[in-house]
Design a protein around this ligand. Structure first.
Ligand SMILES: Nc1ncnc2c1ncn2[C@@H]1O[C@H](COP(=O)(O)OP(=O)(O)O)[C@@H](O)[C@H]1O
Ligand SMILES: [Mg+2]
Length: 423
């Protein structure tokens, strides 16, 4: 077939320019006025339905303006309930005031999950009070000492927010929290107050009782938003983000209802609205419609599965990969087969395999995540075994491994233990 005719059939016009319509579309008025407003790191000026929380946190921390150490505060609630936004908002306002009055007082925000290690958290603390520490090379104790001596000599009061502190404690224990909550005892000048924030409601149980009692001198609980609260939050944000007429009240109510049906997560509601807007824009629509929200819902769901699976610890990934390889080879997945394949994979990577019992508990964790289903079946006098089924589509899980630098190489591997059973 003639190429020119082919282009015309595709409706790209005779000028043989497959990009012209895209370029002219980019100069048309789109749906968005300012899409940054819907990004998760955008801090709105107003936080509807969180005035009480802001007020409460403010009241607890306000004594610091009179040079009295405020109580430590422990904040907890599920994700997307506005914890980070409330702390950042309060800290921003208070910091503006300390600068204006030139007070020896600082409100420091650190996200422990992003910092990643105790060392990085300490280094960020030092940086916030003007004390430089190298990226690596010092011991934690040394960095901590530098922080303490700088604080003493500058006679500074710091209020430190450790956001997502549960991630730190899960990985490294509560030593750092312990040190920080008792640091005032050893300070000559300067004082420290802590605002600990956790998304995990069970977090308290991981703490040493002494740490818990000093950290939670005060507590603020954040409850999930209701659908009508989410409508208010989304309406304010939509007015900033979209051009007039691009998003109707019905669409906002739909996004709010879908997010509230899970657990009233404002992040999820905002994501839905943003992705729905992007889907509508790509489809060339004049406004966001219900079908765009439905597509957005699928996109976000797949994104979440991807994120959950890619951030699994290595051994859990290997257990899951064993499931994938067993399935790809058309075998029934029992706990016995799985463990044999898993051991082979560990061997290939030169790693010590975990015990059968530990991998069983990893299987249970994957079950709780909704990745697999396990079913106990009786083998008569041979006892019982667990049969395992993948609950997600196989290619979705394979997709996660394809993006994994190390494990993607193993996707084509045919485990010897499976071959033997074939024969
Ligand atoms: N009351 C609110 N008003 C406006 N936006 C909010 C409100 N609560 C949360 N958000 C927005 O929702 C998203 C998630 O909030 P965030 O504070 O990060 O939740 P958390 O820290 O509890 O997980 C952020 O983009 C935030 O700006
Ligand atoms: Mg947060």
């Amino acid at each position: 077939m003639n190429r020119e005719i082919d282009f015309q059939q595709k409706g790209w016009g005779v000028q043989l320019d497959p990009l012209s319509d895209l370029i002219s579309a980019s100069s048309k008025k789109g749906l968005f006025k300012n899409r940054n407003v819907l990004r998760s790191d955008y801090l709105p000026n107003n936080l509807p339905h969180r005035w009480e929380h802001i007020r409460r946190l403010g009241e607890i921390l306000a004594p610091s303006f009179n040079n009295a150490r405020p109580s430590n505060v422990f904040i907890y609630g599920k994700t997307g309930t506005g914890k980070t936004a409330v702390v950042k908002h309060t800290f921003k306002r208070f910091n503006e005031e300390t600068v204006r009055k030139n007070l020896p007082l600082k409100f420091i925000y650190i996200n422990c999950r992003i910092a990643g290690t105790e060392y990085r958290v300490l280094a960020e603390l030092c940086a916030a009070i003007g004390q430089k520490v190298p990226f690596t090379g010092l011991s934690k104790a040394e960095v901590f000492n530098r922080f303490v001596s700088n604080l003493s000599s500058s006679n500074l009061m710091v209020v430190v927010c450790l956001d997502e502190v549960d991630m730190l404690v899960k990985n490294f224990g509560d030593d750092l929290l312990y040190e920080l909550t008792r640091v005032n005892e050893s300070l000559d000048g300067g004082q420290v107050a802590i605002v600990g924030v956790s998304n995990d409601l069970m977090f308290k149980e991981m703490l040493d009782p002494r740490v818990l009692s000093s950290l939670s001198e005060e507590e603020i609980v954040f409850h999930p938003y209701t659908a009508s609260e989410l409508v208010d939050i989304l309406s304010e944000r939509a007015a900033l983000a979209f051009n007039e007429g691009a998003v109707s009240q019905e669409i906002i109510m739909l996004c709010a209802a879908l997010a509230a049906a899970e657990h009233g997560d404002a992040r999820r509601a905002l994501d839905l609205l943003r992705v729905a807007g992007e889907v509508a824009e790509r489809a060339g629509a004049q406004k966001v419609e219900e079908k765009h929200v439905r597509v957005a819902q699928g996109i976000i769901e797949r994104g979440r599965v991807f994120e959950a699976l890619s951030s699994l610890p290595l051994h859990s990934k290997l257990v899951l990969l064993s499931v994938v390889l067993t399935m790809k080879n058309g075998k029934e997945i029992t706990s016995g087969t799985l463990y044999a394949v898993y051991k082979e994979l560990c061997e290939l990577l030169g790693m010590e395999p975990l015990t059968d019992r530990r991998t069983s508990s990893l299987l249970s964790e994957l079950n709780m995540l909704g990745v697999l289903d396990c079913e106990l079946v009786s083998l008569g006098r041979y006892g019982r075994t667990r049969k395992v089924f993948l609950t997600l589509p196989l290619d979705e899980v394979v997709g996660v491994f394809e993006k994994d630098e190390v494990l993607s190489n193993m996707l084509g591997y045919v485990p010897t233990s499976l071959k033997k059973r074939n024969a």
